[in-house]
Design a protein around this ligand. Structure first.
Ligand code: ADP
Ligand code: MG
Length: 614
């Protein structure tokens, strides 16, 4: 049995926790019924609450009625606000948005609607509050806790904005869950206890692909990828563009400057698009100021038009499969999520790529909310024995000598995660160690993102290479990173809490990952040269120091000459961009100082000759 409900427990005592799919286009809520997750019906009889808010009346109107007002009151009706969550004006500069916003107001977008300014979390909060009210009306009791889903690619700022929206709506956000993870919960629970599942989520505004592993009832996210700017909206925009061009030539009038006309056309193309998923032809039917535009759309033509959009979903799929380090034929199930997966061409493309028939049994609009309800059940204790693991989107590490990154936690590691590594000092008598925490896929610190810096102070002064500094990275279930550095000898310890992806735009994350693939070779070479130089520095310093030691004077003149010649030869190749050469000379110097080293009482040289230096 996948989960148990304890019937003996007093139900009324516990606050109700609901699951919410806060979508770009549509939102909906679900709860854990005694038999499983179930959708909470809306006040107007529709389950789906369009994520649209209208400000014409004194009180905001949310959902289907607001959506209807997109046509009659376009200027004070707001939609697709999820695209703006946690973003600054610069992030959305390239987007075609139907709202005015104040770009002077710092890094937070403020929409100018109905004579006042609104931040995206405030608008999302209105949608959440509507869902909360629907639930309260349905249960006839207060609802104060929720699990809210977010696209897998949301960065920390976007997640934070979503949490803020929940708080503004009067909901305690128990957990944010990735949408594909929630969908897999809704599907996976009763079906199988082991296997690999790909979740393909093609909605209105975002595309996500996740590769999940299910073992003994535990879902583990092996990899995620996607594009937060790819969805049914893009198909709509394409059809609107075609419509506007047609209308311009037929009517000899440009209606694209009229918000109302564009909204009417949007409605017409969406209707045609959605029909085409079920019938071979549909028509775009548009009326504006007494004039009519009509256009037949056949499925083959439609498919030809949207093929590039559908194909844009495939590369992230391949990337996720690569990251998960699995072969396509190891994927046991493919789950379809999101309204746009009703399009037959999308199903065909997915089936062809994964070479498996995708799951479409559950309503693709409801799957995410149902999974969120299961997660809410887990967190509020209604469902037991289910643990959800997620992954870190980028690698995390610290800076070591030469500006090189030493990675502690690798990209796509499951969280919660922890890693510990030993480091040492590079300078004799060093008292402070700078811990520089970085995030990224590149080999050098300069190409990664700096997350935090802190000093581990008052470590025991000792010769270089002696101290043992333990650095520990810990990422909790919410993705918050904690870094601790500890001097093993004295127990002196310092730690900081870092938010791994705070402020990173998806473009930055994607660009960093892409760049890492492109630059991998150059990076590796540069890293090897730098590491070789650091090693050369160390051995040169150590030998210099050893030459002050009595042991040096015990060597014969010949032996001394060999050492000096090796030093000079290493110095000659030091600046060459050839790590093989540098290493060869290091080896030579190492060999020539063997006797010296053996003779020396001071083992600090040996200590300095090895180990990674901070
Ligand atoms: P989101 O998660 O982004 O809020 P949804 O999963 O609710 O989005 O999907 C909304 C998108 O699905 C819209 O672009 C809508 O037009 C599209 N959609 C819904 N039904 C169909 C259909 N029958 N055929 C094609 N697209 C559809
Ligand atoms: Mg969705």
């Amino acid at each position: 049995m996948p989960f148990q409900i304890d019937f003996s427990e007093a139900r009324a005592a516990k606050p109700k926790a609901i699951g919410i799919d806060l979508g770009t286009t549509n939102s909906l809520a679900a709860f854990m019924d005694l038999t499983g997750p179930a959708i909470i019906p809306g006040a107007d009889g529709h389950n789906i609450v369009p994520s649209v808010v209208n400000f014409t009346d004194a009180d905001p109107v949310i959902g289907n009625e607001a959506k209807a007002r997109l046509v009659t009151h376009p200027a004070d009706t707001v939609y697709s606000v999820k695209r703006l969550m946690g973003r600054g004006p610069a992030d959305v500069a390239h987007e075609r948005l139907p709202f005015q916003f104040d770009s002077a107001a710092g890094n937070v977008i403020r929409l100018n609607v109905a004579g006042r300014q609104w931040t995206p979390p405030e608008i999302s909060a209105l949608v959440l509050r509507q869902l909360k009210r629907n639930a309260e009306a349905y249960f006839n009791e207060p609802v104060t806790q929720a699990v809210i889903t977010v696209p897998a690619y949301f960065n920390d700022a976007q997640r934070q904005a979503t949490k803020d929206a929940g708080r503004i709506a009067g909901l305690e956000v128990l957990r944010l869950v990735n949408e594909p993870t929630a969908a897999s919960l809704a599907y996976g629970l009763d079906k199988r206890s082991n296997g690999v599942i790909a979740v393909y989520d093609f909605g209105g505004g975002t595309f996500d692909i996740s590769i999940l592993k299910l073992h003994d009832g535990i879902f583990e996210v092996l990899a995620t990828n996607g594009d937060t700017h790819l969805g049914g909206d893009d198909i709509d925009d394409l059809l609107i563009q075609i419509g506007l061009e047609d209308i311009a030539s037929e009517w000899r009038e440009d209606v694209s400057t009229s918000l109302e006309a564009v909204q009417l056309l949007r409605r017409a193309v969406i209707r045609a698009k959605e029909e085409l998923s079920f019938v071979p032809t549909a028509s775009i039917d548009f009326e504006y100021r007494g004039r009519r535009y009509q256009r037949e759309l056949t499925r083959p033509l439609f498919e030809q038009l949207i093929r590039p959009i559908v194909e844009r979903t495939l590369e992230p799929c391949r990337a996720a499969i690569r990251d998960a380090a699995i072969a396509i034929d190891q994927i046991d199930e493919v789950v379809m999520v999101g309204g746009s997966t009703r399009i037959p061409l999308v199903r065909q493309a997915v089936e062809a790529l994964f070479r498996a028939k995708p799951h479409t049994e559950l309503n693709p609009d409801e799957v995410v909310a149902l999974g969120a309800a299961v997660q809410a059940g887990i967190l509020s204790g209604d469902v037991e024995d289910k643990l959800l693991l997620d992954v870190t989107p980028l690698s995390l590490g610290i800076e070591t000598m030469g500006g090189v990154v030493s990675r502690l936690i690798h990209r796509n590691s499951t969280i919660p995660a922890s890693a510990t590594e030993q480091f040492t000092t590079a300078v004799d008598g060093q008292r402070n160690v700078l811990i520089h925490v970085v995030q990224g896929e590149r080999e050098l610190v300069k190409d990664c993102r700096s997350l935090a810096r802190f000093d581990l102070k008052n470590i025991d002064p000792a010769p270089a290479g002696y101290p043992r500094i333990e650095v520990r990275f810990l990422i909790d279930a919410n993705g918050i990173l904690n870094v601790t550095a500890r001097d093993q000898r004295t127990g002196v310890e310092h730690s900081v809490e870092v938010k791994p992806s705070y402020g990173l735009s998806d473009e930055q994350v994607e660009a960093m990952i892409l760049e890492s693939y492109e630059k991998a070779e150059d990076d590796l070479r540069e890293r090897q040269v730098r590491e070789a130089r650091v090693e050369a520095d160390n051995i040169l310093a150590a030998v210099e120091k050893a030459k002050q030691n009595e042991a040096w004077f015990d060597l014969s003149d010949d032996e001394k000459a060999v050492v000096d010649r090796s030093i000079n030869e290493l110095l000659v190749v030091y600046h060459a961009d050839d790590h093989h050469l540098i290493r060869a000379k290091i080896d030579q110097l190492n060999g020539s100082t063997l006797k010296l080293a053996e003779n020396m009482m001071n083992t600090a040289v040996k200590g300095a000759l090895k180990g990674t230096k901070i």
